[in-house]
Design a protein around this ligand. Sequence first.
Ligand code: PTT
Ligand code: SF4
Length: 611
Amino acid sequence: MQGYMNKILRINLSSGKISKEEISHEMKIKYIGGRGFAIRTLWEEVQGVDPLKEDNKIVFSTGPLTGLPLPSSGKMVIASKSPLTGGYGDSSIGTKASMHLKKTGYDMLIVEGKAKFPSYIFVENDEVKICDAKDLWGKGTFEAQDFLEAKHGQNTGILLIGPAGERMVRFASIISQKGRAAGRTGMGAVMGSKNLKGIVMKGNNEIPLFDAEKLKALGKGSYGLIRGSEGITNKDQQNYDFWLRQGTMATVEWGQENGCLPAYNYREGTFKFAKQLDGYAMEKIKIDRKGCPLCIMQCGNIVKDAEGKDSELDYENVVMLGSVLGLKDLKQISTLVRFADDYGLDAISLGSCLGFLMEASEKGLISDGIAWGDYEGCKRVIKDIINNRGNGAIVFEGTLKAAQLIGGNSKDWAMQVKGMEISAYDCHGLPGMALAFGTSPVGGHHRDAWMAAYEIGKDRFSYGREKVEKLIEMQRWRGGMFEALTVCRFPWVELNLVLTKYLEFLEAATGLALSDKDIFDLGDRFYALMRAYWVREKGIWDREMDVPPARWFNEPLKEGNLKGIKLDKGKYVEMLSMYYELRGWDANGIPKKETFQRLGLGDVVEVKRNG
Ligand code: PTT
Ligand code: SF4
C-alpha cells in the first residue's frame, strides 16, 4: 500500500542479526501506524519480561503521513514495556530522525537484545551497522549529537540517550536535535539497558504516494490555512504570529488566570510569581526558535540560560521545573531544562520528583533535604539522581517508588498515576482533566486528552456524562488518529486545522478512505489493546489504578480565585464508572469479551484468558 515503505527493520543487539520483514496488509488496515503498530508488536512479542532486561524490545514506529510535505509531519512513536510503570509505555517525538527512518525504507524499527558493549546503530538506506559507542558513553546528548553530526553529516536523523539513560534512571528520555524529546515513560532507560547510546539514520528513498498531486495541493493549502489562522484559545492576539512568538508558553498566563497552574507540588493552582515565567517574560530572553521538520509553526523557544548557554523552553518544562518547585527566575529554570535535555531526563517526571523531595524535606521525612525554590539544591539533586545516591536515590525510580521508600502518607502527594508523574495541570478544579490523567493509557499524561480548556470553557465543575463522552472523543482523535498517523496535533489544537483534513491527507497518501466512525473504532482498538497489555503485564488490576492522587480530593486550594476548591471522590468514581460503561469495559476497567470482539481483537480475548 502507498504511503508506507512496507518494511520493518529488526535488529538484535545480542546476536547482531539484522532482518527485514514485510508489514502485513491487515496490520496497516487495522492499526494504521505509529502507536497502532507499536502496541500490536508489544502485545505479540513482549510478555512477562523485566523492562530493563535483554528480552524487552523497543519499537520506533512511523505512520503513513510521516515525512510527507504536510503540516508538522515529522513525528514518530517510540514504545516499549515501561521501566517506570511496568505497563504499556510510549512517547511521541518530532525529529529529523522520524523522516529519515521512513526514507531509509522502513516504517518501523524494532530493537531487541543487548549489545555487549556501548553501541550505536547506523542505518543508511540498505546499509545497517552496529557501531562502537565506547567514546560516546558518559557524554551528554548535546556533545554526542555534535560528534555524530560531525562524523555522519548534518543531513541525518539522530536519537540519543544521555547519562540518565545509560544509568537507567527510570524516567530517562530519548533526545534529538538538543531539544526534541521522547520525554515520557522511561524510553531512554530501555535504550540504556541495551547498551544502546544512539541511532543515526540517513535515508533518501522516495515515499510512494497514492495521489501525489492531490497530496501536494492539500499540503500547500493547509500550510496556508495555518499561516492565516486566528487560533482557538483564549486570547484575542492568539494567531499564527503570536504562536511563533510564544508557542506553548502562552499557557502559563492562561493557567494562572484559570487556577490550574500547578505550584508547590500541586498544592496550589496559582503561582504568585507567574508573570516572571510566562510567555512575555520568555520573549524578553528569547534568541531563536527551533522545532521539528516539515513544520511552519516551530514551537521550541530558544533562550540564554543562567549559565549563558542555549536552552529550549516550552510550557510543561518551565512549569514543572519552575512553579512546581517554587522557582521564579526564568533563566535559572532554563538551566534546569537544559540539564534535563543534556542528561536525558524527562523534564516532567524530574520536576515532580524534585517537588516531592522538597515537600518531604519540609515535612521532615528526609534528612539533608532541599527547600522550595532552592536552585543550587536542584542542580545538586539532579546529579544525585543520575548517580543514584543521596536523596537522588529516593526518586531514582519515580515518585510512586519514592513514596513506598519514605512512607507516611507521602503516596497522597506523590503526583503520579500508574507510576508516571502527572504533567503540568493542577486539577483541584478540573474533574474532566483529572479523569484524563486517570485514564491516560501511559500513566499521568495529558497527551491523549487535554480536557482543561474544554471544561474551563463549559460547565467547569460538572462531573456529567457529556464530559466523559468528550473525553473519550478526545482520546480517539488524539490518542488514536494523531498517534497512528504520527503527525503533530498542534496545527489542529492551536491553529484550527480541522480534523477532517487529516483524513484527506491519509486518503491522498494511501488511498484509504476512513470515516469518523472508522477513526473512533481505531482509537477504541488501541485503547482496548493498551489496557489488555497493562492488565496482562501487571497481573493484577483494580480501578484505583485509574484514580489520580489523593491530594486533589483531600486538600482544598488555599490561595487564588479557586480558594477552597477540591475534587469530589464519590463523583469522580461515578464518572469513572460511566467511562468504563461507555468504553465497553467491566466494573474493574477491563475490556469485556464482546468489546474485544467488536474491535476485531478476538485473539486478544484468548491470549488474555490463557495468559
Ligand atoms: C512529551 C512531554 C512534553 S509534552 C513535554 S513539553 W508539551 C516535555 N518535553 C520535554 C523536553 O523538551 N525535554 C525533556 N528532557 N523532557 C521533556 N519531557 C516532556 O515530554 C513536543 C510537542 C509538545 S511540547 C507537545 S505537548 C505535543 N505533544 C505531541 C504528542 O504527544 N503527540 C503528537 N502527535 N503531537 C504532539 N505535539 C506536541 O509536541 P512525549 P517533541 Mg515529546 C525539550 O513527547 O514523550 O509524549 O512527551 O515530543 O518532539 O519534543 O514535541 O508542552
Ligand atoms: Fe514540532 Fe512544535 Fe511544530 Fe509540533 S508545532 S511539529 S512540536 S515544532
